[in-house]
Design a binder for this molecule. Structure first.
Ligand code: AMP
Length: 210
């Protein structure tokens, strides 16, 4: 299986797709947001920085990511939330060369801004397996309304999942992450998928990764 990079605005469905692909195809999900949130539990400066919705410095992100990639061996992986800037993409190309790994395929998840905002403010997540849920009745609604269907622990809301922080995160996305679409388009490895319906997104992605 090809390694995957997911590029998308906040709450476009990266986490949901990544979880499904790892459950069904054995991918290792690597979310830089999750890795940084884990680090932030013992790092107050990082914790406060993440609450603002702004991007974290490359040095911190790469140190955390490299450590995870080192342990993977040849297992295929999905990058969710990385790279976030063209500079990170260039640095990542160099890292892959050093580690003798393939970049794989880049999938851009396209969703309308108003849908993203609504998803963010209704989003819950399992603190154990990181599976995303929603307080809105539908596919992502937890079976008992409050705990993870698999881990049975209480679902939580992320500190940055508020309407106000969403605006900052979306601004960061437009300014810094969206230019990556052209970066990977020019390399001929970008695939675009509409991500308004999670089940359909998953179906559309299967032929791309095979
Ligand atoms: P996410 O879980 O992908 O929405 O990321 C949550 C937060 O983690 C972001 O708002 C950033 O502060 C930080 N973050 C995650 N990935 C990166 C990255 N690749 N570069 C810089 N900051 C990141």
């Amino acid at each position: 299986m090809k390694n995957i990079i997911l590029i998308a605005p906040p709450a476009a469905g990266k986490g949901t797709l990544s979880k499904k692909l790892s459950d069904n195809f054995g991918y290792v999900p690597l979310s830089t947001g999750d890795i940084l949130r884990e680090k932030a539990q013992t790092d107050e400066v990082l914790r406060e920085a993440m609450k603002t919705g702004k991007l974290i410095n490359d040095e911190t992100v790469f140190a955390a990511l490299e450590e995870k990639l080192d342990k993977l061996g040849d297992k295929p992986y999905i990058l969710d939330g990385f790279p976030r800037t063209v500079n990170q993409a260039i640095m990542y190309d160099e890292l892959l060369e050093k580690m003798n790994k393939d970049l794989g395929v880049v999938i851009y998840l396209d969703v309308d801004k108003e849908i993203l905002k609504e998803r963010i403010t209704t989003r819950l997540v399992c603190p154990t397996c990181k599976k995303p849920y929603s307080t809105r009745k539908g596919d992502l609604y937890p079976m008992d309304g409050k705990t993870c269907d698999n881990c049975h622990v209480d679902l939580i809301q992320r500190a940055d999942d508020t309407e106000e922080v969403f605006e900052e995160r979306f601004k960061e996305y437009l300014e810094k992450t969206e230019p990556l679409i052209d970066y990977y388009k020019n390399k001929g490895i970008l695939e675009s998928v509409n991500s308004e319906n999670a089940a359909k997104t998953y179906e559309d992605v299967i032929p791309i990764i095979k």
